[in-house]
Design a protein around this ligand. Structure first.
Ligand SMILES: O=c1ccn([C@@H]2O[C@H](COP(=O)(O)O)[C@@H](O)[C@H]2O)c(=O)[nH]1
Length: 307
């Protein structure tokens, strides 16, 4: 997976990931009205609207970006219909040639992790039939349970050309409460970073980066720079740009000397761009997808400035 992702970044000359985190508040009225006409004000209507919205966003930006990151929580909250919209979104993005990062943040003991791994990045067996269910290219994981909770996914990376992004330093305001704890001369996030890097040695790609990457928040520039030094063969997924306040300068340290090594996610800042002060005079609600495209172009330029 990591080699495919690097190729896509090189082809688009853009390390931007569009986060597909739809919320009803982001969906233009004309889509919602249609959804309610078809299905009433139900979870099915929300899921229908999400897929229509995502499809239009993907159509508007797929030629500019290497990857999308659907956030499963936004879909899961609407139950089975939401999950169907999540899977349909993934399949559509893949049809358009995009790498798909499922932001699912799973974590459990090995025997349960096997089920998550089979479902998300592997195959499930029903008697003599084998099925791929969720179709993500890679997923996010929480490392709190240690190596045996991650290992079940590693085999799938090898067998099915998949990847992982493991939480190391998250972008949220309270992440330091646990992740910045001093544990005998080093910070907990540093120890976790070293572990993730070591686990990654077992599943190296061909371009010097492992199929096991790390999530490193753009909102913590010092920690990002430190982790880049500690983890030279680990690709970073960097959330926190835009809506959470981080700028291109904040995340510059997450890249390697060749301007590779990281992909930067922006969700609200792109998919809801038409609602932002910066774009709302330029684009109407009907033009939400064009606004998203403009936001991607602006983000690309912004990142180029620090690479
Ligand atoms: O440390 C983390 C890990 C994951 N996320 C996720 O990324 C997006 C960010 O959305 P924005 O709208 O661009 O703020 C969202 O899905 C988070 O769950 C993160 O922000 N930080």
């Amino acid at each position: 997976m990591i080699d495919r992702l690097i190729e896509k970044i090189e082809a688009t000359k853009n390390p931007t990931v569009v986060g597909l985190d739809p919320r009803l508040g982001f969906i233009p009225n004309f889509i919602k009205e249609k959804a309610y006409e078809l299905y009433g004000k139900t979870p099915k209507a929300a899921a229908w609207a999400f897929y229509e919205f995502n499809k239009a966003i993907i159509d508007a930006v797929y030629d500019l970006i290497p990857a999308v990151k659907p956030q499963v929580a936004m879909y899961e909250q609407y139950g089975p219909e939401g999950i169907k919209a999540y899977i349909k979104t993934i399949l559509y993005a893949k049809e358009k040639g995009l790498v798909v990062i499922g932001d699912v943040k799973r974590s459990d003991i090995a025997s349960t992790a096997e089920a998550y791994a089979d479902g998300h990045i592997g195959r499930v067996k029903v008697e003599d039939e084998v099925h791929e269910v969720y179709h993500e290219d890679c997923i996010t994981l929480n490392p709190y349970l240690g190596y045996d909770s991650i290992e079940p996914y590693m085999n799938h990376c090898r067998m099915y050309d998949k990847g992982l992004f493991v939480l190391v330093k998250t972008s949220n305001p309270n992440s330091g409460e646990i992740q910045d704890l001093d544990i005998g001369g080093e910070k907990l996030y540093e120890r976790v970073g070293k572990l993730v890097s070591k686990w990654g040695e077992e599943v190296m790609g061909k371009r010097g980066y492992s199929h096991i990457g790390a999530v490193v928040g753009a909102t913590y520039p010092e920690q990002g720079t430190r982790l880049r030094q500690l983890m030279p063969h680990t690709f970073f997924l960097v959330p926190g740009y835009g809506a959470q306040g981080a700028t291109a300068r904040d995340l510059a340290g997450c890249f390697d000397k060749n301007g590779l090594g990281a992909i930067v996610n922006s969700s609200r800042g792109i998919i809801a761009a038409y609602q932002l002060e910066k774009y709302k005079n330029q684009f109407s609600e009907k033009e939400f997808a064009q606004a998203a495209r403009e936001a991607v172009i602006d983000m690309k330029k912004d990142l180029e400035g620090v690479l």
